[in-house]
Design a protein around this ligand. Sequence first.
Ligand SMILES: [Ca+2]
Length: 367
Amino acid sequence: MLDSLTQFMIRYALLTVLLVFFLSACKQDKKESTTTTATQTPEKLPIASLTKLAGKIGDSLAVHLSEAVSDLKISIDGTASTGFRQQKDTLRIKANAPKTGWHQLIVSGLNAQKTAFADTLAFELYSDITPASVGFTVLQTYPHEKSSFTQGLEFYKGDLYEGTGQNGQSKLMKVDLKTGKPIQSRPIDAQYFGEGITIVNDKIYQLTWTSGVCFQYTMDFTPVTTFNYHTQGWGLTHRDTTLIMSDGSNKLYFLTSTFQKTAEIAVYDDKGPVVNLNELEYANGYVYANIWQTNRIAQIDPATGKVTGYLDITKIIPPTINATEDVLNGIAYQPQERLFYITGKNWPTLFKVRVSPSAKSSVVAGL
Ligand SMILES: [Ca+2]
C-alpha cells in the first residue's frame, strides 16, 4: 500500500505529463492552422493592369497581362464586350463608351494555374471631338449694373432675371433690359452667397455657393421652400423640367424639380476634363457653360459630356473691369429672338449676340 505522500506525487507527475502533452498538442494545432490558412489565401496580385489610364473615346486601350491566361472575357461598365484582341501579354481593348469620363473595366478568365480570376480596372476617356471655334456677332449693347456680381442670368416669358453673389450683397432681381436697373429686387440673408438661377413652371430657383441650400420663390419673389444638395452650388439652368447644375468641377448634375439627382455627366474636350464650369444656359440641344476665370464659354453635348465648341469672347471684354475678379459670367438665351445675352461680374455692359454654328468670332465695328 502506497503512503499518501507517494500517491500525491504520482498523481502530480501524471497531471504534469498530461498538461505538457495537452499544451504541446495545442501549439501544434495552432501551427498547422496557421500553415493551412496561409496556403488557402495567398496574396493575390492583379494579373491585368492598364499601361495608360486615359485616352480618347474610340482609342485602343492596352492592358498588360502578367501571366499566361485563357478564356478571357471583358466588360465595360457592366456590359460584356467582344471588342478586344490579345497579342502575347497585351490585351488591346476598343474604348467605345459613348460618354466621356471614368469607366469601369473588368478583365476575367483563367490564370496560368487554370484558376478563375477577375480584375477590376478604371480608365478615363477624353472627347474624340476637336472643339469648333464658335463664332458670334454682337448686335446691340445694354447697360449692366456695375454693382451686380452676376452669378445667374435668364430670360423667362420675355423678362430678364439676374441673381448676384457676395455675402451681404446677394440678390434676386428682375431687370429692365433697356436701363439695366432692377424692376424688382430681393436681397438674400448675409450668411448666403447667391449663385445660379433658373425658372421652371413659374418657380424661381436660386443656388447658394457653399451652404448646400437652393431657394425657391414664386414669380413675385415670395419664398416657397428650400432644397438641399451635397456639392457646391455654381451654375443652374434647365431642359424642360429637368434642372442642370454645376459645382465648379467638370460635372453637370441633372435634377428633378425637387433636387433629386437623376443623372450626371463629366465634361471633357480632346485635351482632358474641363473644370470650373460656372453659369449655365441650356439652348438648342446644348448646355452653354461659362468657364470661371477664362474668356471662354463651352458648348457641351449633354448626352455625351463632349465639348463641341468654344466661344472666345476676349474681344468684347470691357476695358475698365478688374480682369482678375470681374470675369465673364452670365449667359441667357432669348428664345423669341433666338439670341444670347452675355455679361460678366460687375461689367458695365450686357451684350446681345447672335451665335453662329461655325464661323470665326466677330464683333461689330466700333463696339
Ligand atoms: Ca443662364
